[in-house]
Design a protein around this ligand. Structure first.
Ligand code: ASP
Length: 306
C-alpha cells in the first residue's frame, strides 16, 4: 500500500491541533450514515480542542479534551465502545506527554471513565510514568469519574468480537484515537487512547501507552500520536524515531514521517497511521493503511475524515 501524506503549512491562528480516529480499511465500506456519524464525531472533538487553544489554553488541556470527546463516543475504539479482548473485556490503554519531557500512561485500565484523564493523573499526581491495571482506589483517590467495566462494552463490539472469532469478519482496526497540538506559547503535547486490537489476548498492551512508540512530544520539535499494528510501532519506536530524524538529521516533519513509515512500518510489513504537529504549527497526517480517520484545519476549512 503506498503511503499517503497530508502536509499542512502553519496557519495564522498561533496554534495547531490535529486528531485521529484510527487507521484501517477502506472508508468507502462505511454506510453513508456511519460516514456521517464518524465525521460529526471527529469534527466535534476537533472543535472542543480548538476552543481550548483559542482561549489561550495549553496544548495538554487541548489534547486531553479532544481525546475525552472521542473516548465518550461509542463509535471509536477508546473509552466506551472500545475493542474487546479475546474474553470479551475492555482493557484500556492511554498516554499523555508534554513537550517538556513529562509523560503519564495507563495500561489495562478497567474502571476510569476516561483513561486519558487517568494517564494525565499519572503524569501530574505520581512519580511514575506507566501504571498497569490500576486499582479502583487509586482512580478514586485522584478524584476521577469511575464506571462499571460494563460501561465500555457495546453490543456492536460484542458482535464484532463474535464475528472475528468465528472468522466471519476480518478485524477492522479503525477507531483508536489521538490528538497532538501546539499552543500559543509554543508548547506541544500528545495524547493517545485505545482498547487495543479486537480479540487480542487478555493482558496484551500495545504501543499506545508506550512513550516513544505510540505517543511522543518534545518542545521545539514535534508531537506525535500513532495508530495501527501496535507491536510494530513498539519495535520501531515509531513516534520517537520521527522526532530523532528531525533532531539529528534536520529533516522536515513530512520527510521524517515518510522515512519512518518506510523504514519501521513498511519494513516490517505493518500498517497504520500517524498524526504529528511541528513546533511551528505544521501538521502532518500520514498512513500506509488504505484509510485513516483524522481532523485538522487548513487555512480554509476543517477537514474531517481522510
Ligand atoms: N495501536 C493500537 C494497539 O496496537 C491499535 C490501533 O491503533 O488500532 O493497541
Amino acid at each position: 500500500m503506498p503511503t499517503t501524506i497530508i502536509d499542512v503549512a502553519p496557519g495564522d491562528a498561533g496554534y495547531a491541533l490535529v486528531l485521529h480516529g484510527g487507521a484501517g480499511g477502506r472508508i468507502e465500506e462505511l454506510s453513508l450514515e456511519a460516514h456521517g456519524d464518524y465525521t460529526r464525531g471527529l469534527s466535534e472533538a476537533h472543535a472542543a480542542g480548538a476552543a481550548v487553544l483559542e482561549a489561550g489554553g495549553s496544548a495538554l488541556d487541548a489534547v486531553c479534551e479532544t481525546v475525552r470527546r472521542l473516548e465518550d463516543n461509542p463509535l471509536f475504539n477508546a473509552g466506551r465502545g472500545a475493542a474487546l479482548t479475546a474474553s470479551g473485556a475492555a482493557e484500556l490503554d492511554a498516554c499523555v506527554m508534554t513537550g517538556d519531557g513529562r509523560a503519564g500512561a495507563v495500561a489495562v485500565s478497567r474502571t476510569a471513565k476516561n483513561p486519558v484523564f487517568l494517564a494525565r493523573a499519572v503524569l501530574e499526581e505520581s512519580d511514575h510514568v506507566l501504571l498497569v491495571s490500576p486499582r479502583d482506589e487509586q482512580v478514586r483517590e485522584w478524584g476521577l469519574e469511575q464506571v462499571s467495566p460494563d460501561y465500555f462494552v457495546t453490543q456492536a463490539r460484542q458482535l464484532q468480537l463474535t464475528n472475528v472469532q468465528a472468522k466471519r469478519l476480518e478485524a477492522s482496526r479503525h477507531g483508536t484515537v489521538g490528538a497532538v497540538a501546539v499552543d500559543r506559547e509554543g508548547r506541544v503535547a500528545a495524547a493517545t487512547s485505545t482498547g487495543g486490537m479486537v480479540n487480542q489476548r487478555d493482558g496484551r498492551v500495545g504501543d499506545t501507552p508506550i512513550v516513544g512508540a505510540g505517543t511522543y512530544a518534545r518542545d521545539g520539535v514535534v508531537a506525535v500520536s500513532c495508530t495501527g499494528e501496535g507491536e510494530s510501532f513498539i519495535e520501531g519506536v515509531v513516534s520517537h524515531d520521527i522526532c530523532a530524524r528531525m533532531r539529528y538529521t534536520g529533516a522536515d516533519l513530512a520527510t521524517a514521517v515518510a522515512a519512518t513509515i518506510e523504514t519501521e512500518l513498511d519494513g516490517r510489513g505493518a500498517t497504520g497511521g500517524i498524526i504529528a504537529v511541528g513546533a511551528e504549527g505544521r501538521v502532518v497526517v500520514a498512513h500506509n493503511s488504505p484509510a485513516m480517520f483524522a481532523a485538522y484545519r487548513t487555512p480554509f476549512e476543517l477537514v474531517a475524515l481522510t
